[in-house]
Ligand binder design. Structure first.
Ligand code: RIB
Length: 346
């Protein structure tokens, strides 16, 4: 009996990559018409028949990818996830959304489970610097792409925003609006993105000729609203001579918690404390005092991460691991602009 004709034989006959043949079968719209015709001719000459159950059996993969997020309650991640789902769906795949809740043990459990489920690939915003758990997955053939992180060793694709620039934009804005005693609210510094934002803030201080102690770092255990509220109580508790007149928060949830704390303590934003967030989630503009924030292009992050993963999962021989870095953008709103004729209280 003649051996079954596979994608590899069709690719060879048509003079294209396996991924191109896969695209002709799954996403013909992304293939140039002339190439598509060549592949279809090869399919008919060789008598190739696509067998979905055989494909799944051979590849042992379900038509599903997964996205493991740090905090499913953070709109940053659900905005990115929506874009991931749109991209996966266009390729005929579904998405499992898993919440590590910033817990390394829970993250590992999900990675084991997803491997057993034989998902096509995993997008992940990791709890901490990459550990051997990704290497293990890769050795077993599961593609992994980092989201909102940069791969430290180049052994996988990653997408992120230039967070050093993001920290610099936020801090420069506060300095240019007259602040010389500024807090950075946010940690833990074990998260690469937070460290980068902090590095950018220090860079802006240096460029403005301000000493490093012009920045008071209030590290927090997590990146949620509750930690923003408690940071507000710590800030107000500082002696007035040392109390910052502005705060740069590592993400919008911290900033919204800080705004709430200021209001509860009878303090005005921005007059008593100017506040800048990071992500520019929908609630930033909708806040009681619309929040100045550093926008992360969440739709592009999600789409690009999913495309890189699908390219790798389809075994494109031309695939090369790469890091895609997007630029952040400062969006100025009422939480840092004192109305004309009034100055921040110092
Ligand atoms: O990934 C760490 C943080 O970066 C998240 O909290 C998210 O808000 C993004 O800004």
């Amino acid at each position: 009996m003649k051996p079954a004709v596979g994608i590899r034989e069709v690719a060879r006959r048509a003079g294209v990559s396996n991924a191109t043949v896969s695209n002709v079968l799954n996403r013909p719209e992304v293939v140039a018409p002339a190439t598509r015709l060549r592949v279809l001719a090869a399919i008919s000459e060789l008598g190739f028949v696509r067998n979905e159950s055989a494909r799944q059996l051979r590849a042992g993969r379900s038509r599903v990818i997964a996205y493991v997020v740090l905090d499913a309650a953070n709109p940053f991640f659900t905005d990115v996830a929506r874009s991931v789902e749109d991209t996966a769906r266009a390729a005929g795949l579904a998405v499992y959304l898993c919440n590590s809740a910033s817990d390394a043990g829970r993250e590992r459990e999900y990675l084991e489970l997803l491997h057993e489920q034989r998902v096509e690939g995993i997008l992940i915003t990791p709890v901490d610097a990459e550990a051997e758990r990704f290497a293990e997955l890769l050795s077993r053939g599961t593609p992994v792409v980092l989201v909102d992180r940069e791969s430290q060793d180049g052994t996988r694709c990653s997408v992120a925003v230039d967070d050093v620039l993001g920290g610099e934009l936020a801090m420069t804005h506060l300095i240019e609006t007259g602040h010389t005693r500024i807090a950075m609210v946010g940690g833990p510094l074990s998260i690469q993105q937070v460290r980068d934002r902090h590095e950018g803030a220090l860079r802006a201080l240096a460029q403005a000729g301000l000493p490093p102690d012009a920045l008071t770092l209030l590290e927090t255990k997590g990146l949620r609203v509750a930690e923003g509220r408690s940071a507000g109580e710590r800030l107000v508790g500082l002696p007035s001579a040392r109390r910052p007149t502005a705060a740069f928060c590592a993400n919008d949830l911290l900033a919204l918690g800080l705004l709430q704390s200021m209001t509860q303590q009878g303090l005005a934003v921005p007059e008593d404390l100017a506040v800048v967030g990071y992500d520019d989630i929908e609630f930033a503009a909708a806040a009681a005092v619309p929040l100045t924030s550093v926008r992360q292009p969440r739709e592009q992050l999600g789409r690009t991460a999913a495309q890189l993963l699908l390219e790798e999962a389809e075994g494109d021989p031309d695939h090369v691991h790469r890091h895609v870095k997007f630029q952040p953008e400062l969006v100025v709103r009422a939480s840092t602009t004192v109305s004309r004729g009034r100055r921040p209280r110092s």
